[in-house]
Design a protein around this ligand. Structure first.
Ligand SMILES: [Zn+2]
Length: 221
């Protein structure tokens, strides 16, 4: 979830000074057990991203040609524009994963637990959010009370979603770029819903479903 925020110039300058001085992760407004859960979720995301460092290069165009297209005797058309688009997508996703991993390991992300009275939590409808101002995201992930009602796996996935807003400027596109022949691969790295899927699904599974079956269809009998 991304929430637009308006501020006076004076508050803005004070806030910017504060955020530029701040280079350590912090958790505020959370009770000890929430603290523990936030740290565990963050650790889970860091672990998954270090797995992805090994997994993701295997998803490159040349590798997929060998491991998926040729292996399964799929249709490969030389010079297909979708090959170029896929390579660009693959590169952009590397950058997204990198930004998330780096910001987490450098402890650049802060967390704030919100109470039920926080209007932005919309009485339970919103799980977590990141504030944006003039198109730039703040590096604080706000956790609504409903965040803690899901299990740790879901919490970790949500964290990856929110951190992608905070550091990779993703939006809540909710896969609206994924639409048969109108699929726009260039939008996928900008979609927090696409990014979060990599938390608990193997890359090949997501990519097969989302792109591979579409770029390299089965041969007609
Ligand atoms: Zn979101």
């Amino acid at each position: 979830m991304r929430v637009s925020y308006t501020l006076s110039m004076k508050t803005l300058i004070v806030l910017m000074a504060f955020f530029s001085l701040k280079s350590f992760a912090s958790i505020s407004g959370c009770n000890p057990s929430q603290n523990q859960l936030v740290m565990q979720a963050e650790k889970n995301v860091i672990l998954r991203l270090s797995d992805l460092e090994r997994e993701w290069p295997l998803m490159s165009l040349t590798q997929v040609k060998k491991d998926f297209v040729e292996m399964n005797d799929r249709v490969w058309v030389n010079g297909n524009q979708r090959h170029t688009d896929y390579s660009q997508y693959h590169q952009s996703m590397s950058a997204v994963f990198n930004k998330i991993g780096t910001s987490l390991s450098r402890q650049e992300i802060s967390y704030q637990c919100e109470s039920t009275s926080q209007k932005k939590c919309q009485e339970g409808a919103v799980i977590a959010y990141v504030l944006i101002l003039f198109g730039r995201s703040f590096k604080t992930v706000h956790l609504c009370p409903s965040y803690f009602q899901s299990d740790l796996e879901a919490q970790s996935r949500t964290l990856m979603h929110e951190v992608s807003h905070a550091v990779a400027n993703t939006e809540d596109l909710a896969l609206d770029w994924w639409n048969g022949d109108k699929t726009d691969m260039s939008k996928a790295p900008l979609d927090a819903y696409h990014v979060e899927a990599f938390y608990n699904e193997p890359s090949a599974m997501i990519l097969k479903r989302t792109f591979w079956n579409w770029i390299w269809p089965r041969k007609k009998p």
